[in-house]
Design a protein around this ligand. Structure first.
Ligand code: ADP
Length: 248
C-alpha cells in the first residue's frame, strides 16, 4: 500500500464532564491504512475518544483533523459520517427480519431515504460492491438467510459489512469479539487484518489475547491521555502500563 500520512490527527484534546477530565490533553495520530488497537482500563476515556471523533461529543479544547483538510470540530455528526468515518458499537444492530442481502442493500442507501433503496434496485456498481462485501465478511452462503438466525459472530460481521457498503476511510470498532467463540475471534482477526490497508481501522478491545493477535500498534489510554504506545509486547513490558492496567 503506497498511501502514507495520518488520516486522523488529535492534538491536545480535553473534555470535562462536570469538572471531571474524561479526556485530558490527548494526542493521537492514526496513519492511513493502519490497524490500531486502543486499550485501557474502564473509565480511561476510550468511548469518549470515539464520541469526539464522530462528533457526538465536543471537546473543550484541542484539534481533531481528518486528513489534512477536514477540521472535524467544525462538523456535525452526519457530516463526519459522510466523510467516510464509520462506527460500530459493541452490540450488533442488524435488521433481524431482513436477509443478509437486504441488510447490505439498505446500508448502501446510507443517509438517503430507506424507501429509495427498495424502489430503485441496486445499480450494477452497487451489486458488484455488495458481492465484494459479502465475500470480505465471509457470508456468501448466508446471503439469503434472515439475519435474525445468524450466529452472534455472523451478525457482527454483517454489521461491519453494512459499514463497508459506504466505502468508509476510517472504521471505529468497539469490542468486536465480546461474546464470540474462539473460532469466531480467529475469523474476526483475519477480517480486521484484511480491512486495514483498504481503510484505517481503530479497534477498542479488552481481550488481550485478541489484541496481541491483530495489532501491530497499540495505544494505551489512562485517565484520558496516552500512557504508552507501540507493539503489544513493548507496551505490556512498560512498567507504567503494568502498574495501572495489567495489575502487575
Ligand atoms: P472507557 O470507555 O475507557 O471505559 P469512558 O470514555 O466511557 O471510558 O469514560 C471516561 C470517564 O468519563 C469515566 O469516568 C466516565 O464516568 C466519564 N464520563 C463519560 N461520559 C460522561 C458523561 N456524558 N457525563 C459524565 N461523565 C462521563
Amino acid at each position: 500500500d503506497v498511501r502514507h500520512g495520518p488520516i486522523l490527527y488529535m492534538e491536545d484534546v480535553t473534555v470535562s464532564f462536570d469538572g471531571f477530565r474524561a479526556i485530558d490533553r490527548l494526542n493521537l495520530t492514526i496513519d492511513d491504512g493502519e490497524l490500531r488497537c486502543i486499550i485501557g482500563p474502564n473509565g480511561a476515556g476510550k468511548t469518549t475518544m470515539m464520541d469526539i471523533i464522530t462528533g457526538k461529543t465536543r471537546p473543550d479544547s484541542g484539534q481533531v483533523w481528518f486528513g489534512s483538510r477536514h477540521n472535524l470540530l467544525r462538523l456535525s455528526e452526519p457530516e463526519v459520517a459522510s466523510l467516510g468515518i464509520g462506527r460500530k458499537f459493541q452490540k450488533p444492530t442488524v435488521f433481524e427480519a431482513l436477509t443478509v442481502f437486504e441488510n447490505l442493500e439498505l446500508a448502501m442507501a446510507g443517509d438517503r431515504r430507506v424507501w429509495a433503496t427498495f424502489m430503485a434496485r441496486l445499480d450494477h456498481e452497487g451489486r458488484a460492491r455488495l458481492d465484494e462485501v459479502l465475500e470480505t465478511i465471509g457470508l456468501e452462503a448466508e446471503r439469503d438467510r434472515r439475519s435474525g438466525v445468524l450466529s452472534h459472530g455472523q451478525k457482527q460481521w454483517l454489521e461491519i459489512g453494512m459499514l463497508l457498503m459506504q466505502r468508509p476511510r476510517l472504521l471505529l470498532i468497539d469490542e468486536p469479539v465480546a461474546g464470540m467463540t474462539e473460532q469466531e475471534m480467529h475469523r474476526t482477526a483475519n477480517l480486521l487484518n484484511r480491512l486495514a490497508g483498504q481503510q484505517s481501522v481503530v479497534v477498542v478491545e479488552h481481550d488481550m489475547g485478541f489484541v496481541r493477535s491483530i495489532a501491530r500498534h497499540v495505544t494505551v489510554l489512562h485517565q484520558g491521555s496516552v500512557l504508552a504506545e507501540g507493539s503489544m509486547d513493548a507496551v505490556a513490558a512498560d512498567s507504567r502500563v503494568r502498574e495501572v492496567y495489567l495489575g502487575a
